[in-house]
Design a protein around this ligand. Structure first.
Ligand SMILES: Cc1cc2nc3c(=O)[nH]c(=O)nc-3n(C[C@H](O)[C@H](O)[C@H](O)COP(=O)(O)OP(=O)(O)OC[C@H]3O[C@@H](n4cnc5c(N)ncnc54)[C@H](O)[C@@H]3O)c2cc1C
Length: 416
């Protein structure tokens, strides 16, 4: 089968690698100068910059498998830590090793900031959810799911986890998708809830090794090449000067909808709402190490502060901030800086060296949201973190969608 993959983000790379493994003749076009999409890095003034602070978890099964397949060793490239949700003073939840329920129970017991009411409230709530198989009606929001949970637990545990995983506020976020993430993290096997923090620029985690692997296995890869127009043929598909059997639209939702406007007009009109993420980087040479590599911040707008190893760099991340960005990035970045300095006086002298907002960081994962299906027409499929699937917009969502796209096509069209 002759296949074109449009887009070299993590979904497109996953689709291309899987299709090559199944014997397809693969061409990959990526419009940027490097692959990786929203999870990529580039060099500026002699150092690597990532497109955004990313964390993975141990339950990212498809992503970790793909990394290994293209020769990128997760054990070397990612720092693995037991799930730790502590504040700037180091107080909070630290998951231990062992079975999921024992580890969770130990973490709750060890939270010195919570009284018996919070601890008991969490145990009762968690047990009730577990008895229901961590499932709930599709229209429930995470806020609805939290009914009966003590406020402190909601604010210090559920809210930050939900916003980090779904990039959507709990008032609107889909409880079904949130529970799916919890189920995978807690019950997918040992280490599923571990945090995996990149030790290297994002480029080295998957995009660069995947390109090397694809080229070595005969795929044609063109960077800086933007797909312009699709056309359905009597047999197969064409895109610009390419013709073949099938196409994977692994570009952004916006571009996929533009390209599909004639071939699949209904799909192209599918309504999608996006959410934003803002990032602020602070620098303080010789600055202190934080109590954990990832520290939860109280209040708003930022949820987490990351301690970047090496040279006194700290990255604050504010998720689900589409509304806050209405007045522009500058005031939001100032609030994020003030929030960090108020909670970590040791960083008062830190300098803001970088700020960035991605207004279309992810789709808004709201309760009951209907996502566009993977299959558009025979021989035309979509892959990406926004496409119908069980996961929120994450690297794992993107990779598993790419893997599914390749499996789908190579299952329905005979290899030639
Ligand atoms: C700031 C930020 C922080 C995040 N943090 C996390 C995190 O901590 N953990 C996590 O798991 N996920 C995180 N995510 C989400 C994660 O980055 C995405 O889910 C994932 O990268 C999406 O991959 P994708 O391949 O679906 O889409 P994209 O990465 O958007 O890839 C699409 C690609 O298609 C290309 N393209 C577009 N149009 C065309 C065209 N016409 N022709 C050719 N190429 C085209 C684009 O250039 C791009 O490279 C974060 C995202 C952001 C923005």
């Amino acid at each position: 089968m002759k296949l074109l993959v449009i887009g070299g983000g993590w979904a497109g790379l996953a689709a291309a690698v899987r299709a090559v493994q199944r014997g397809a003749e693969v061409t990959l076009w990526e419009m940027a100068a490097q692959a990786g999409g929203r999870a990529r890095s580039w060099q500026a003034e002699g150092r690597w910059l990532d497109s955004g602070q990313h964390i993975l978890i141990g339950a990212y099964r498809d992503t970790l498998k793909l990394m290994r397949e293209v020769g990128a060793e997760p054990e070397l490239l990612l720092q693995r830590l037991p799930l730790t949700l502590v504040d700037a003073q180091g107080q909070g939840l630290r998951w231990g090793r062992g079975g999921p329920l024992g580890a969770a129970f130990g973490a709750v017991q060890g939270h010195t900031g919570w009284g018996w009411r919070e601890r008991l409230g969490l145990v009762v709530w968690g047990s009730r959810l577990a008895l229901r198989g961590l499932r709930c009606p599709a229209h429930w929001s995470v806020e609805r799911l939290c009914q009966g949970l003590p406020n402190a637990v909601r604010e210090e545990l559920v809210e930050p986890l939900c916003v980090a995983a779904l990039n959507t506020r709990i008032e609107e976020a889909s409880a079904t998708v949130f529970l799916r993430v919890l189920r995978d993290a807690l019950f997918s096997g040992p280490g599923g809830s571990d945090l995996l923090l990149p030790r290297v620029p994002l480029q080295a985690l998957l995009p660069d090794p995947a390109l090397v692997w694809l080229r070595a296995h005969g795929a044609s890869v063109q960077l800086g090449r933007r797909a312009q127009q699709l056309q359905a043929l009597n047999e197969g598909w064409a895109c610009d000067d390419w013709q073949g059997d099938a196409i994977v639209l692994a570009c952004s939702a916006h571009e996929a909808q533009r390209l599909a406007a004639h071939g699949a007009p209904q799909w192209a009109r599918w309504p999608l709402r996006h959410e934003a993420i803002a990032t602020v980087e602070l620098e303080l040479p010789g600055g202190p190490r934080l109590p954990a590599p990832m520290v939860a911040l109280r209040g708003a707008p930022a949820q987490f502060l990351f301690d970047i190893p090496g040279d006194g760099r700290y990255v604050a991340v504010a998720s689900a901030v589409a509304a806050e960005l209405a007045d522009g990035l500058q005031p939001l970045a100032e609030r994020m800086e003030q929030q960090v300095k108020a909670q970590l006086p040791a960083l008062r002298a830190a300098r803001r060296v970088n700020q960035h907002a991605d207004r279309r960081a992810t789709f808004a994962c709201v309760a009951g949201v209907a996502r566009p299906p993977q299959m558009l027409r025979p021989g035309l499929v979509a892959a990406g973190d926004y496409v119908e699937g069980p996961y929120p917009a994450t690297l794992e969502g993107a990779v598993s969608s790419g893997v599914a796209a390749a499996a789908h096509l190579l299952g329905t069209i005979r290899s030639t």
